[in-house]
Design a protein. Structure first.
Length: 309
């Protein structure tokens, strides 16, 4: 008994010179969920930003009548030594804090992904600072730096610690770096832990067979494979530290004098003092500088750790 063969003929449609493209229909429910978010974002972010940009070219005090004065506010910002000092402090503080946070967070992540006991419990302990409000942390450390640490310094005969670091114009910024890093390290550490857990164990096994040392594994395997996570921590950290406000308010309130006044503090204090349009110009400049810094970061990190152009 022979099995009959089955023949299938496919007839191509006649060429008409045109190509019909079927467009997928978008579910109207999509717009139902999108519209509220779009309206809220427009009213809370886009509209204030546009209005602030317009007011930066005026002499407005935040209410009442105003006149357009061109770029005089922007010229005044570049001539204001107090504002320039705030920019200098903010940039130096952000750079130092990014380095400290990433270095400590990476070392902690290495330790908490190694074969140590109570890893889960230690991870829980280390992330506690991340869930505490910044202003609460600042007030606690303000008491420690102003009272407990000077008492300990006097009792141990350590002269530099006998007085509050927060009262020293040259050292107060180090206290802000320390407290900011204390709060920021847990989130950066979790990102590094996630990156370290993605590295295949087979890679380390192969390197151990070849006789690689722990330092060689770290340099040639671990660091290149988690470079993308370092980029994430650097970009997010720089963005957050440029906007530093609550911890500085709780620790030094911008003092001693204006030694630790950030750009964000200058802008908000200007609003309180009636320099609305002037500080709007300051905010526009700060926004543009932040964009430039982000673009520079992306330019130098493009293609590293899986980050494409």
């Amino acid at each position: 008994m022979t099995r009959p063969s089955t023949r299938v003929e496919v007839t191509a449609p006649a060429a008409t010179g045109t190509t019909r493209v079927r467009k997928s229909r978008i579910d109207p429910l999509y717009y139902v969920f999108l519209l509220p978010s779009l309206v809220i974002f427009t009213l809370a972010v886009t509209l204030p930003a546009v209005l602030g940009f317009i007011y930066s070219f005026t002499n407005s005090v935040g209410f009442g009548d105003f006149d357009f004065i061109g770029i005089r506010n922007f010229i005044a910002v570049f001539r204001d030594e107090g504002v320039l000092g705030a920019y200098g402090f903010t940039l130096v503080f952000s750079l130092v804090t990014v380095i400290v946070v990433n270095a400590v967070a990476f070392l902690l992540a290495l330790g908490l992904t190694s074969r140590v006991r109570f890893r889960a419990a230690l991870r829980t302990v280390f992330v506690i600072p991340m869930v505490i409000s910044g202003i609460v942390i600042a007030f606690v450390f303000q008491y420690l730096f102003s009272n407990s640490l000077p008492l300990a310094g006097k009792s141990m005969g350590i002269e530099p610690l006998a007085t509050s670091l927060l009262a020293n114009p040259q050292l107060a910024w180090l206290a802000i770096v320390f407290v900011t890093a204390w709060q920021s390290i847990p989130s950066a550490m979790l990102i590094y832990i996630a990156g370290l857990l993605t590295v295949p164990a087979e890679v380390y096994e192969a390197s151990s067979i070849d006789g690689a040392s722990p330092w060689q594994n770290l340099r040639h395997i671990t660091l290149p494979l988690i470079a993308g996570y370092a980029v994430i921590n650097t970009v997010l950290g720089f963005k957050n530290y440029l906007n530093a406000y609550d911890i500085i308010i709780g620790l030094t309130d911008g003092g001693p004098g204006v030694a630790t006044r950030s750009v964000a503090m200058s802008i908000f204090r200007g609003f309180e003092g009636g320099d609305y349009a002037y500080q709007m110009a300051n905010a526009v400049i700060f926004f543009l500088i932040s964009i430039v810094i982000a673009l520079v970061q992306l330019r130098f990190t493009r293609g590293k750790g899986g980050i494409a152009a």
